[in-house]
Design a protein around this ligand. Structure first.
Ligand code: BGC
Length: 541
């Protein structure tokens, strides 16, 4: 166990800085706000925080549109604040992972301002430019995830540029070696400031097909969610050509070679391709690629024992050398307490979900508020901020419902997040789940989460052991975690109804109760699991 890397089996707490804590009362969370909440984060028992982008940005995609990779946006603070954050987090034993949005920049980035001027400037090939077809239409049929075509006309060059996301997020052209070098320089800037790693946004989107071939159409029954809804026309194509090109591996290996010069630093890729599990396995295959990758497979609406089992078994069978990472909630999808299961018995369900997530093999990302069991907030159309939601309303309301401010103190204005009106409203329903109330209640989702994580830290099988699933009937999910010194059996009832079943075990197990989450029982071969209940057993030798 002592030989594991810090990031293997780590719990990474994702901070969406706009909504964690506002220190200067402008309604938007900031870096000093994170510093203020470091004690809270440390108390959770997590190993690291991943901070969503805080770099200079016009905020069209709330920071995922960067106009300067090397400076902090004034709404979030200063570079000094960031240095303080690193120092204080490190003093508390918390690692810092930052977001790097490499595949595209903001259209306000100086590289793009120069590139768009004409076809002969020094940065003219730094983005993906293409002529119109003879009839004036874009060069191919590629679509933007956020709606409409992926090509925007630029009058200065009389050409189209590619944007896989918003029109204000032009895609960089990584086929150009100078772009690769510039991206690596930017990464190194933050390594030198002491960060412990990177979450690499949309990392498989860095390269496009040089020949700009059309994506083939996808049949209706294959348009399954990958972080976007199946009624989004983006789902109507196989994305064979606009992302996940073979050249991407070359770039990943360059990133890894750089990180190897900063021992202990880690790269976690966000991957969404036509076969995200295969791509995750490929991008993490070996010591010269990414350390870890996560995909949207557990960020969809599918919530059944069979789906979770088959997804993880599929990843396990393909990922022979890599290290998995899982998230069931983040800033891009509806909060898991609402997305999965029914809307009854939420606190118990939230406890089960965190226990399930943190006992899978791999590292995990916990999204701020998940430890409180927060549900998706309902934001009326006139208060929406997310351009994705505005474009697809009402069939998809966008990502604002999972981005509302954290309810610190239900007795204070704006739940103690800010004295000013927050950029998104604090959800009324979140007040009863405030940190203040939960800290006082030993049975709260928050206190259970902390107790469970503290216990998990001491279990070698959960940190690095292998995983083996049992074949059980819905809605019960069961798996073993096995290390050299420990064998554990986890059973989860993914429904809100009691489950009784017979389970013949060849070995002798005892029920573990010290983490406080056991809510079922086993006697001889009879297992009983209450609604959203879980049983955790240890092999007795
Ligand atoms: C991020 C999103 C962002 C998109 C474009 C992602 O996958 O997580 O929040 O909108 O990349 O940068």
């Amino acid at each position: 166990m002592s030989s594991r890397f810090w990031w293997q089996g780590a719990v990474i707490y994702q901070v969406y800085p706009r909504s964690l804590m506002d220190s200067n009362n402008d309604g938007i969370g900031d870096l000093p706000g994170i510093i203020e909440k470091l004690d809270y984060i440390q108390d959770l028992g997590v190993d690291a925080i991943w901070i969503s982008p805080f770099f200079k940005s016009p905020m069209k995609d709330f920071g995922y549109d960067i106009s300067d990779y090397l400076s902090v946006d004034p709404i979030f603070g200063t570079l000094d604040d960031f240095d303080k954050l690193i120092e204080q987090a490190h003093q508390k034993g918390i690692k810092i992972i930052i977001d790097q949005v490499l595949s595209h920049t903001s259209d306000q980035h100086e590289w793009f301002l120069q590139s768009r001027e004409n076809r002969s400037n020094a940065k003219s090939d730094w983005y993906v430019w293409a002529d119109a077809k003879e009839d004036g239409t874009p060069p191919n049929n590629w679509l933007s995830i956020f709606g409409g075509g992926a090509w925007q006309w630029e009058p200065r060059r009389q050409q189209y540029y590619l944007h896989n996301f918003l029109t204000s997020q032009p895609d960089l052209n990584f086929h150009h070696p100078e772009v690769v070098e510039a991206a690596l320089d930017n990464i190194e800037f933050w390594l030198q400031r002491g960060v412990d790693g990177f979450r690499l946004d949309a990392i498989n989107f860095c390269y496009h097909d040089k020949l700009l071939r059309n994506n083939p159409a996808k049949p209706v029954d294959k348009r399954l969610g990958r972080g976007f809804k199946e009624d989004n026309p983006y789902a109507f194509q196989y994305h064979y050509y606009n992302n996940t090109q073979p050249e991407n591996i070359y770039f990943i290996e360059k990133i890894r070679a750089l990180l190897n010069r900063y021992p202990g630093s880690v790269a976690l890729g966000e991957i969404s391709s036509e076969d995200s599990l295969a791509t995750t396995a490929e991008y993490t295959d070996g010591d010269n690629r990414l350390h870890m990758g996560y995909s949207f497979e557990l960020l969809t609406e599918d919530f059944s024992a069979d789906y979770i089992k088959s997804t993880i078994e599929s990843l396990e069978s393909q990922m022979t050398r890599g290290w998995p990472c899982f998230a069931i909630s983040n800033h891009d999808v509806a909060r898991v307490a609402t997305r999965w299961g029914d809307n009854q018995n939420i606190p118990q369900k939230a406890k089960l979900l965190s226990a399930l997530l943190t006992t899978l093999r791999g590292s995990v990302c916990i999204y701020q508020g998940e430890e409180l069991g927060l549900e998706e907030a309902d934001i009326p159309f006139d208060q929406l901020q997310d351009p994705y939601g505005i474009a697809f309303w009402p069939s998809f309301k966008g990502r604002d419902g999972c981005r509302t401010p954290i309810p610190w103190d239900d007795a204070k204005p704006n739940a103690g997040f800010s004295e000013a009106q927050p950029w998104l409203p604090v959800a009324e329903s979140h007040l009863q789940q405030s940190v203040r109330l939960q800290q006082k209640d030993p049975q709260s989702v928050l206190n259970s989460f902390k107790k469970f994580l503290a216990w998990r830290k001491e279990q070698p099988a959960l940190l690095t052991g292998r995983i083996e699933f049992l074949s059980l009937n819905e809605p019960v999910l069961g798996f073993y975690r096995i290390s050299e010194s420990q064998k554990m059996l986890m059973l989860f009832n993914l429904s809100n109804q009691n489950q009784e079943m017979t389970l013949k075990l060849d070995e002798k197990y005892e029920v573990i109760t010290e983490h406080g989450l056991t809510s079922g029982s086993i006697s001889d071969a009879n297992v009983s699991l209450p609604p959203y209940g879980c049983l955790c057993l240890n092999l007795i030798d």
